[in-house]
Ligand binder design. Structure first.
Ligand code: HEM
Length: 116
């Protein structure tokens, strides 16, 4: 069971890496577009995160206040991805605040995950 949960943690980290890595690639390439892999990473982080938050019958406590905040931040990231993505389809460009908030909220969630 512990190994299985460990595998889900690896998948969770890869999801977060996909979301943040593809965001960073857009930043470096000066495109600042919302891309499909960002949405895949967000959905995968949500699914694996919820799976990790379930009771696994293992001997450790989860901080549900922290997980609730992470969930809220991820829902906001999802909303920004949705709003920004549809704006992009209509206007061919994006508001910088929408693009930047995706990266900054992802960093915030990483900080909450590791530091709190
Ligand atoms: C962009 C969104 C997210 C990011 C960047 C993120 C980041 C991380 C990171 C870096 C870890 C490893 C922490 C460590 O082992 O010290 C982690 C673990 C974890 N995350 Fe997330 N996460 C996100 C979303 C979520 C969501 C939505 C949930 C569930 C509501 C969640 C639940 C968990 C759980 C339960 C763990 C394992 C904690 C443990 O075993 O100690 N995460 N997350």
């Amino acid at each position: 069971m512990e190994t299985l949960r460990g595998i889900v943690v690896v998948l969770h980290l890869l999801s977060f890496a996909t979301l943040f890595g593809t965001w960073l690639a857009e930043l470096v390439n000066k495109q600042q577009r919302i891309t499909r892999p960002m949405q895949w990473g967000m959905v995968a982080a949500l699914v694996t995160g919820l799976a990790l938050a379930a009771p696994w019958g293992l001997d450790f406590d989860l901080n549900y206040v922290k997980l609730g905040i992470k969930l809220l931040v991820l829902v906001i990231i999802g909303a920004v991805l949705g709003i920004g993505g549809s704006r992009q389809r209509r206007h061919q460009n994006n508001l910088p605040i929408l693009f930047w908030s995706i990266g900054l909220l992802t960093v915030l969630n990483t900080g909450i995950a590791v530091l709190v």
